[in-house]
Design a binder for this molecule. Structure first.
Ligand code: SAH
Length: 250
């Protein structure tokens, strides 16, 4: 039976998704509230990931073991590393790396102990579903139309795009030009940086659960990162997230 786990890194987005649920019930455990119900007749379990690798890995493990999810959609925000990305763009991970994992000299840099891999890639089938669905939203300008003219101007949003590529995760909020530069030298393929995706990917890989990690760019991972971050998340990214998830659950 199909049961989709929806893991979100923004509490505002979780509230929006929870309001879509039919036949809603709640289970509270381990400082997390799991919301069970259906969206478009599909069974879902929705939960706030909490922030960072340990917290999000624990939450996804709970979704798999306790609630028997059969696939996972993760949505959140990220800081842009690649200079072609703008605030508001959507990134879908085709590979994920833990930029702070370094067990040299006993293993290669970024190698996940015992898995012998430095990066993880979501299964092609679920990745293609997400790419198709989000491409439609972006082409139809559905996301930008969720916002007022004033919001579009405040956050300088005009031509949103969707990009597929590598995401780096680690227990660090990037808010300095120097750290950003170091990350892009260390991992030149990385599009954006966040704090949960690669950890969630590792758990899903180990339990053989198909997953997709989707991120809205909230900042440029540089000295300006903190400016307007909270406002952008609550006014823009969380609404994009709800719309993206609603369209994915069919
Ligand atoms: N919204 C919180 C802060 C959340 S922690 C607050 O108001 O205080 C940061 C969240 O944003 C994590 O989910 C992380 O994955 C993501 N993120 C966005 N930009 C980031 C950046 N520049 N560096 C690291 N993580 C970032």
């Amino acid at each position: 039976m199909k049961r989709i786990g929806i893991l979100g890194a923004m509490p505002e987005e979780i509230n929006g998704i929870v309001s879509l649920l039919k036949d809603k019930t709640e289970v509270i455990k381990g400082m997390r509230t799991y919301y069970l119900g259906t969206i478009n007749e599909v069974e879902v379990v929705v939960v706030f990931s909490r922030w960072g690798k340990v917290a999000s890995a624990t939450t996804v493990t709970h979704l798999i073991v306790e609630f028997g999810i059969t696939q996972l959609f993760f949505s959140g925000v990220a800081g842009a590393i690649n200079p072609t990305l703008n605030i508001g763009d959507i990134v879908i991970a085709s590979s994920l790396v833990q930029h702070d994992l370094d067990a040299r000299p006993i293993m290669d840099r970024f190698e996940i102990p015992l898995l012998g891999k430095t990066m993880l890639c979501p299964p092609k089938e679920i990745l293609d579903v997400a790419i198709g669905s989000i491409n439609e939203l972006v082409n139809a300008k559905t996301l930008i139309q969720l916002l007022s003219q004033k919001q579009q101007e405040t956050f300088s949003l005009s031509n949103l795009k969707m990009v597929v590529g590598q995401i780096a995760s680690g227990d660090q909020f990037f808010a300095s030009n120097g750290d950003k530069e170091k990350l892009s030298v260390m991992l030149p393929e990385v599009l954006c940086v966040e704090m949960e995706g690669a950890a969630v990917a590792q758990v899903c890989f180990e339990y053989n659960i198909p997953y997709v990690i989707i991120r809205t760019i909230s900042d440029e991972a540089n000295d300006n990162s903190v400016v307007d971050f909270k406002e952008f998340v609550s006014q823009v990214a969380s609404r994009f997230g709800v719309e993206i998830i609603r369209n994915l659950i069919k």
